[in-house]
Write a protein that binds this ligand. Structure first.
Ligand code: SAH
Length: 369
């Protein structure tokens, strides 16, 4: 791939305007291109047929519509979960997951190829850190999801399911969650640029509250986000209320221990008026006991700031030596939190059959390669 070429998904509308001006094009061409990218979800430059042929040829010569190649789309849950596998110019692969629900459609986006954070229960961590994704790489994943939904509307996917009926696919992508491969706050500026691009009311126009970023708990990122101009949602991967156990599961805890993380979360809630979500994946015998539930409730209720706990039954990752909590222990854990009045829910399971569930991304494909 020619790295000199402009990735159109990396260009802001201002960048496009100056590129078109440089090429001697009238100003409205930039708006046409921007519309092709963000309201028509053009699949190629050739497809932008409202542009003159010579301009398209020049664009093909000097720019690309994304730099990642879509190598496969795997379907699970009767087509309601779709995993895209992308190849970066250097050969690394990353993944994105689209999940269709009756009332919403969510895409789970990767922010890095591999991940440097080393959480012992996560498939992505096993790859180590490979590279940061550009803003355009994150945008490309979201536009793919928007295109998939558009195609599904013509060809309904979900037969024989009580959850989504044919013709009942949500009309648009409604949520973007940065919960795929990588640590978004370890690639903060690129991540934020992708949010700004997708939020742009002149383009993709996704509301700030439709974005959720999940972090392993990098406090500088939390502090930066609380000053950011767009009110996106914040989720923090907590996974246990005990420092020693958290350090064993998540090495980042040695740098940013629980007390500091909770203080930052409280400050975030106070500064923004928004509630903080905590992710808690339940691993058998590690963090799913009654004692752990009590410790979690004590930790979060003591601080008295608006929060919510997302319980995620841990998804199997080969070679970790870990096992998922039984359904009964997940339910007991939730009942204990309910009893204490701590808001919580159990995350709906999606994509296990195609290795697309939380924490399972990129393991299988990378190994096969
Ligand atoms: N690096 C960010 C973004 C990843 S989000 C973060 O850690 O928050 C993915 C979520 O799934 C995180 O909460 C992560 O801890 C969790 N997770 C990782 N492996 C998992 C697994 N095997 N099963 C369930 N959840 C997992």
């Amino acid at each position: 791939m020619d790295t000199e070429k402009i990735n159109l998904y990396n260009a802001s509308s201002t960048d496009l305007s100056s590129a078109m001006a440089d090429w001697g094009q009238p100003a409205f061409r930039a708006r046409q291109v921007y519309r092709q990218l963000y309201t028509r979800y053009a699949g190629s430059i050739e497809e932008m047929t409202d542009l003159p042929v010579e301009l398209r040829e020049r664009m093909i010569g000097e720019s690309t519509l994304g730099t990642m190649e879509l190598v496969d789309v795997r379907k699970g849950d009767q087509g309601l979960t779709r995993k895209a596998i992308w190849r970066l110019p250097g050969g690394e692969t990353i993944e994105s997951v689209l999940m269709i629900y009756p009332d919403r459609a969510t895409v789970c986006v990767s922010s890095q190829a591999g991940c440097p954070m080393g959480c012992v229960f996560c498939a992505t961590a096993r790859l180590g850190f490979l590279q940061n994704l550009s803003p355009g790489d994150m945008v490309q994943q979201v536009i793919w999801a928007a295109r998939e939904i558009q195609a599904m509307k013509d060809q309904p996917v979900a037969k024989n399911t009580h959850r989504v009926r044919p013709g009942n696919v949500p009309p648009h992508l409604t949520n973007v969650v940065f919960m795929g491969m990588g640590e978004p706050f370890n690639n903060y500026d690129n991540w934020w640029a992708s949010v700004e691009r997708l939020h742009d009311p002149d383009g993709f126009n996704l509301g700030a509250r439709s974005f959720t970023v999940s972090t392993v708990g990098l406090i500088p990122g939390i502090e930066k986000l609380m000053e950011a101009p767009l009110p996106v949602n914040l989720a923090i991967s907590l996974h246990t209320a005990y420092d020693e156990r958290r350090s064993a599961l998540m090495p980042v805890n040695r740098r940013y221990p629980i007390a500091d993380l909770i203080a930052a979360s409280r400050a975030y809630a106070a500064r923004t008026g928004r509630r903080v979500s905590f992710e808690y994946c339940l691993i058998a015998g590690e963090n799913d006991s009654a004692d752990e539930a009590e410790a979690l409730a004590n930790l979060l209720l003591e601080e008295r700031f608006p929060c919510h706990v997302n319980l995620i039954p841990w998804n199997p990752v080969a070679g970790t030596g870990l096992a998922r909590s039984t359904r009964a222990s997940v339910n007991t854990f939730k009942a204990l939190l309910d009893g204490r009045g701590l808001p919580c829910s159990i995350r709906i399971q999606r994509g296990v059959d195609i290795d697309a569930a939380c924490g399972q991304l990129a393991g299988s494909y990378a190994e096969k390669e």
